[in-house]
Design a protein around this ligand. Structure first.
Ligand code: NAD
Length: 441
């Protein structure tokens, strides 16, 4: 089958590479010439584990191509996936659909054969209707079905998620379109991935409902963590205690500095905008957004408290800057708010991240970036673990502390048992743990 994927970012590139690995012929399109030029040289524009090998193999085998020439890619394709960005629109939180509609106009003008036009981008309810309207207006004679097929992959585990999804949601009420989509995903039948057919509007909403639910789960346990700290309970045990209940499940119950990333913040806002437009309030999601926003900034205050309440003239080493491990994505990462809060309070920040520095640099221009966690800790008055990269899980705490000015460890992911930190001579602060200030060296 011939597939075109428009947008070669985290979702488009992974989807395109996986489709080609299934045996389809895929052309990935991007308007960013530098990205396509890099891909031609075999250089990945993003960091995603295993992606370079997957892309390399399929390019070599002639199933995967990259181009900036959208019309030529679309002309031959039986399935055209729109995987462009849908960031928050400045000001009102609505999803900015200009990239989706821009791509649709280009696709509509280039259609040469019957094809499904599939929105894989996360788009508000009703976007498919507008995509269809644009196609009808631009190319009234084209035979095209507009389908919604939201993507649920997680950055950092994107290939595995794409190849072994919990489910594939396809929004269409047209039998011919459904058949083409079945053909696209047929290779996944072996992996027993359930294919869920719904109406287009339902599929669009499923994606937002899923992300809002996960954001709610994280925010719930984060608030329980705050309660744990004041009542002397342990949030990790609470998570285990409730997560073992099959009705609740253990995932997304790790307390931390608040959710960030390229999806939850913008998708919860866009869902609220839809609820406002349709006058169907989503008060739980409203609370989640507000609690999470407050929390990210509060993490900066937590560090300042650990420094004794005054950060002026102090140096803080931040370890792990991306919004989660195994990605270079810095979009809406909690580290950005923490850096801002610390710098506002007069601290100097040194940062370390295994993959995110290039993307972090423009977002935190005053931060001094270091090549190792130990370098970031040098002469620091506190080190803060913001993102639990594997390389940060087994640090030599003695070595880390030796070069610091003050032995303060703020562990926003509860990576280190308090006792281990105390034994290494640290004053330790975590999330939702009892007696934090008592566990001192
Ligand atoms: P991204 O910003 O990494 O990539 C988007 C790409 O689209 C960019 O390379 C951009 O140059 C390109 N583009 C924009 N307009 C174009 C056009 N007209 N023609 C060709 N290329 C064009 O975005 P992403 O993170 O891959 O997200 C894409 C969509 O998938 C969003 O709607 C997002 O919400 C959704 N999504 C993302 C994730 C994730 O983990 N990143 C997961 C699930 C769903």
């Amino acid at each position: 089958m011939r597939i075109a994927v428009i947008g070669t970012g985290y979702v488009g590139l992974v989807s395109g590479a996986c489709f080609s690995d299934f045996g389809h012929h895929v052309v990935c399109v991007d308007q960013d010439e530098a990205k396509i030029e890099a891909l031609h040289r075999g250089v990945m524009p993003i960091f995603e584990p295993g992606l370079d090998q997957l892309v390399g193999r399929n390019v070599r085998d002639g199933r995967l191509e990259f181009t900036t020439d959208l019309p030529s890619a679309v002309a031959e394709a039986e399935a055209i996936f729109i995987a462009v960005g849908t960031p928050s629109r400045r000001g009102d939180g609505h999803a900015d659909l200009s990239y989706v509609y821009g791509a649709t106009e280009e696709i509509a003008a280039a259609l040469k054969r019957p094809a499904v036009v599939v929105t894989k981008s996360t788009v508000p309810v009703g976007t498919g209707d507008e995509v269809e309207r644009i196609i009808r207006k631009t190319s009234p004679d084209a035979k095209a079905w507009v389908v919604s097929n939201p993507e649920f992959l997680r950055e950092g585990a994107a290939i595995e998620d794409f190849k072994r999804p919990d489910r594939i949601v396809v929004g269409t009420e047209d039998a011919e379109a459904a058949e083409i989509m079945r053909e696209v995903y047929r290779p996944l039948y072996l992996n027993k991935a359930p294919l869920l057919f719904t109406s287009r509007r339902t599929a669009e909403l499923i994606k937002y409902a899923a992300n809002a639910f996960l954001a709610t789960k994280i925010t719930f346990i984060n608030e329980i963590a705050d309660l744990c700290e004041v009542v002397g309970a342990d949030v990790q045990d609470v998570s285990r205690g409730i997560g073992l209940d099959n009705r609740i499940g253990p995932k997304f119950l790790h307390a931390g500095p608040g959710y960030g990333g390229s999806c939850f913040p913008k998708d919860t806002l866009a869902l609220l905008k839809t609820s406002e437009d349709y006058q169907a309030p989503l008060r739980i999601v409203e609370a989640v957004v507000s609690v999470n926003d407050t929390r990210k900034r509060a993490m900066g205050r937590k560090v300042i408290q650990a420094l004794g309440g005054d950060a002026r003239g102090k140096t803080v080493g931040l370890l792990g800057l991306t919004f989660k491990p195994n990605t270079d994505d810095m979009r809406d990462a909690p580290s950005i708010s923490i850096v801002q809060a610390l710098e506002d309070a007069g601290a100097k920040v040194r940062g370390y991240d295994p993959e995110g520095v290039e993307q972090a640099r423009p977002l935190m221009p005053n931060v001094e970036f270091c090549a190792t966690p130990y370098e970031a800790a040098k002469e620091a008055d506190a080190v803060v673990i913001v993102t639990e990269w594997d390389v940060l899980r087994a640090l030599n705490l003695d070595e880390l502390r030796k070069t610091m000015r003050q032995p303060v460890l703020v562990d926003l992911r509860n990576v280190y048992p308090p006792q281990d930190a105390a034994e290494a001579g640290f004053r330790w602060y975590g999330i939702g743990k009892p007696g934090q200030n008592e566990v001192a060296a």
